[in-house]
Design a protein around this ligand. Structure first.
Ligand SMILES: [Zn+2]
Length: 222
C-alpha cells in the first residue's frame, strides 16, 4: 500500500521502479558504464598499481565520472542510506568474478574500513553490501575485523606545522592477523581514484605472512 503513496524511484533517473527492480531501473542498468576489466589482462587498475602493490588480479565494475550515472548511485549509497545499491552491484560483479580463475582462489573478502567516528555518523560502511555479496558469490568469509582505520596521533599532528596534511592522511592498521595468514585476500572499496587508500591498506595487509592481494571496487574514476 505504501508504494501507492510513496513510489520507489530509481536513483539514476528518478523514474518509478517496477516491483522486481531494486534501487536501479532496468534502463539505468543498461546505461551504466561497465569497464569490462575482467576480460582485459592488464587493465587500468593493474597499470595504476604497477610498481606500487603486487596484485594477483584487480577489477572494477563501472567507470566513474563527475556528474555521470555511476556517481548518482554511489552518492545515494554513501549519503542517502541506499545500502541495497551496494548489494545489487555486489551480486552483479560477484556473478562475473566466480567465473575467473584468478578470483576463484580468493579466500576472504576484506573491506576498506571507515574510521569508527565516521561509521557512527553514517551508520554503515558503504562498501559492506558490495563486499558481502562478493564474499557470498565466491563462497568465502567476509572479514571486517582485520583492517581498521585509525587517526594520526596527536603528537604527529603537533609536530608538524602543516597539520592539515596529517589530518588528511589515511592511516590504517591490522588486527586479528592470524585470520589472514597465508591467504589470498580480496580487498574491496567503493571508488578507486588515485589508489592511495588501497595502497595504504595493502601496505599493512602485506606485513602478515603469506598474504596475497586482489582488489575489487564498484567504480574507478576516469
Ligand atoms: Zn533509472
Amino acid at each position: 500500500m505504501l508504494n501507492i503513496f510513496f513510489p520507489k524511484l530509481c536513483w539514476g533517473c528518478q523514474n518509478e521502479l517496477l516491483v522486481n527492480e531494486v534501487e536501479i531501473c532496468t534502463f539505468c542498468r543498461h546505461q551504466l558504464p561497465l569497464t569490462g576489466f575482467l576480460e582485459i589482462d592488464k587493465n587500468d587498475i593493474h597499470k595504476l598499481f604497477y610498481g606500487r602493490v603486487p596484485l594477483v588480479d584487480a577489477t572494477a565494475l563501472f567507470y566513474f565520472k563527475k556528474n555521470g550515472l555511476t556517481q548518482k548511485f554511489v552518492h545515494a549509497l554513501k549519503y542517502k542510506g541506499a545500502t541495497k545499491i551496494g548489494n545489487e552491484f555486489g551480486k552483479w560483479l560477484g556473478e562475473e568474478l566466480c567465473r575467473k580463475d584468478t578470483f576463484k582462489t580468493v579466500e576472504a573478502v576484506v573491506p576498506v574500513p571507515l574510521h569508527k567516528r565516521k561509521l557512527r555518523q553514517r551508520g554503515y560502511n558503504q562498501v559492506e553490501g558490495f563486499g558481502k555479496e562478493l564474499a557470498s558469490a565466491l563462497q568465502v568469509p567476509y572479514f571486517d575485523d582485520v583492517l581498521v582505520k585509525i587517526s594520526a596521533t596527536k603528537s604527529q599532528v603537533f609536530k608538524e606545522r602543516v597539520t592539515r596534511i596529517f589530518s588528511q592522511e589515511q592511516v590504517f592498521s591490522t588486527q586479528n592477523e592470524q585470520k589472514i595468514e597465508n591467504k589470498h585476500l580480496l580487498v574491496v572499496d567503493d571508488i578507486i581514484t588515485s589508489g592511495a587508500t588501497l595502497e595504504s591498506c595493502a601496505g599493512k595487509l602485506l606485513k602478515t605472512k603469506g598474504v596475497r592481494l586482489s582488489f575489487a571496487s564498484i567504480a574507478i574514476s576516469k
